[in-house]
Design a protein around this ligand. Structure first.
Ligand code: UDX
Ligand code: UDX
Length: 442
């Protein structure tokens, strides 16, 4: 099929690479000319594992090309997919200006058979767009086609989705979307546009709820000096609960979960609904950062003048995305309390978007020199697998605060350091984890 994709961000680039590798002829468009230039050379402006090789292959085979929006739009494309940003604005509403600009260009220059909206948009947006297009005498059919890609594993998720959601009210459009995704085994969930739009928000809000649930319990575990990871395993093995998204830590960040949760709460408010549970999920998440700073103060006392090392800045491992990163929030809070923070992240370099006063190190070892405490903020494998004996020698203090509960406490303790996690048992100073219990069982 002949496809045009508008918006060469995390979603647009991954979608273009995937669809073109399935044999569709794809044109990827963006208003940012440098971005288009860079993509045309096979280089991606953000870090996403394995994305560049597949992009380069599709460009070389002529299955994919990158053009400037709106000039490069295709006349009579079969499907135009919109993947532009839909950020929250100051009032907590969703800013649809990028979407409107994309539609303006498409309606006047391309008139595709189907317009598929992949960007996350408030419930009812698709139906509103149908009316707008009709008033412009544009007879493109509108479909809601939300994406569920996780940064850091976006390509895998694109090739192996758990489901494809299509919100549509015209059989011809449904048939075209079925053809688009005909390489997939995943179930096709055909809904009305509003249901598809809500499924996206509901999916992210539910994931956020699981995370705030386990984070709230991690605070109980901290008081009872028992291990939240053991609790997570004990409940997660119940197939009705599931083991995923029960990792306690510094809370959820990124460009989607916080934004989509906030948007859904705002949309509910327009219905006169209080969204009590969702507001509580948001509140637990926001307060988790402050609760962790309290843990640091309990260990070091007054933070003014203290030297702290921070490993990891991105909102999770596998990406260089700093959008709504808990690491950035935590570092800002620590600097506000007078600490001197030196940070290292394997994929985040430079200084844009970083807290004022933060010192960046070129490597993890430099970041920990003379540190009173090391706080691990992002679960990068290279940080988890460090030589902890050497880390202990470089630090002046001896506490490692693992805000992602990703380290093995025994390894840290064997290196002569003190391990602190988020709700990890510290009986007799040695965390009791289920691996040790299992070992004890022989
Ligand atoms: C975006 C939305 O943010 C997310 O809510 C949705 O689920 C999927 O699409 P992402 O890919 O991260 O996610 O967006 P972003 O990285 O912000 O990229 C958007 C791109 O659209 C940018 O490259 C921007 O230059 C481009 N754009 C914006 C256009 O091409 N035309 C416009 O009119 C506006
Ligand atoms: C999320 C959704 O997973 C994806 O389906 C949607 O399309 C976009 O938003 P993403 O934001 O890329 O994807 O990352 P995700 O893996 O969901 O993690 C989101 C945040 O939750 C990260 O800050 C992560 O550290 C945190 N998290 C995740 C936890 O704190 N605990 C967990 O168990 C899982």
């Amino acid at each position: 099929m002949r496809i045009e994709i508008i918006g060469a961000g995390y979603v647009g680039v991954v979608t273009a690479a995937t669809l073109s590798s399935w044999g569709h002829r794809v044109t990827l468009l963006d208003i940012n000319s440098e971005r288009i230039e860079q993509l045309s050379r096979g280089s991606v402006h953000f870090y996403e594992p394995d994305l560049e090789p597949i992009l380069q292959q599709q460009l070389a085979e002529g299955a994919l090309d990158c053009r400037l929006f709106p000039h490069g739009l295709i006349d009579q494309a079969q499907i135009a997919m919109i993947c532009v940003g839909t950020p929250g604005n100051m009032k907590g509403h969703t800013d649809l200006s990028q979407l409107e600009a994309a539609l303006q260009g498409i309606a006047t220059r391309s008139a595709p058979e189907v317009i598929a909206i992949k960007s996350t948009v408030p419930v009812g947006t698709g139906r509103k767009i149908m009316g707008d297009l009709a008033r412009r005498n544009c007879d493109s059919m509108v479909v809601a086609n939300p994406e569920f890609l996780r940064e850091g594993s976006a390509l895998y998720d694109s090739f192996h989705p758990d489901r494809v959601v299509i919100g549509v009210d015209q059989p011809k459009a449904a048939a075209m979307m079925q053809e688009l995704y005909n390489r997939l085994q995943a179930p096709l969930v055909i809904t009305c546009p509003e249901e598809a739009e809500l499924i996206k928000y509901a999916s992210n809000a539910f994931l956020a709820t699981k995370i705030s649930f386990i984070n709230e319990l991690s605070r109980f575990c901290s008081n009872w000096d028992i291990d939240i990871n053991v609790i997570a395993r004990g409940i997660g093995l119940d197939h009705r609960v599931g083991t995923h998204f029960l990792q306690a830590g510094s809370g959820f960040g990124g460009s989607c979960l916080p934004k989509d949760l906030k948007s859904l709460i705002g949309q509910a408010a327009t219905l006169g609904e209080g969204a009590v549970l969702l507001r509580a999920v948001q509140q637990v998440n926001e307060s988790q950062r402050g609760w962790i700073v309290q843990q640091v103060e309990q260990i070091l006392g007054n933070l003014a003048g203290k030297t702290l090392a921070a490993w990891g800045l991105s909102f999770k491992a596998g990406t260089d995305d700093l959008r709504d990163s808990p690491a950035i929030d935590l570092i800002s809070l620590l600097i506000d309390k007078g600490a001197q923070v030196t940070a290292y992240d394997p994929k985040v370099a430079g200084s844009s978007g970083l807290p004022a006063g933060l010192v960046m190190a070129d490597n993890p070892e430099t970041a920990v020199v003379s540190a009173d405490l090391l706080v691990l903020l992002t679960e990068w494998p290279e940080l988890i697998n460090m030589d902890w004996q050497q880390v202990g020698k470089l630090m002046s203090g001896s506490v490692v605060l693992d805000t992602r509960n990703c380290l093995d406490p025994e390894i840290i303790i064997k290196a002569g350091l003190i391990y602190r996690g988020i709700g990890r048992a510290m009986q007799q100073g040695i965390p009791i984890t289920y691996q040790q219990v299992k070992k004890g069982l022989g």
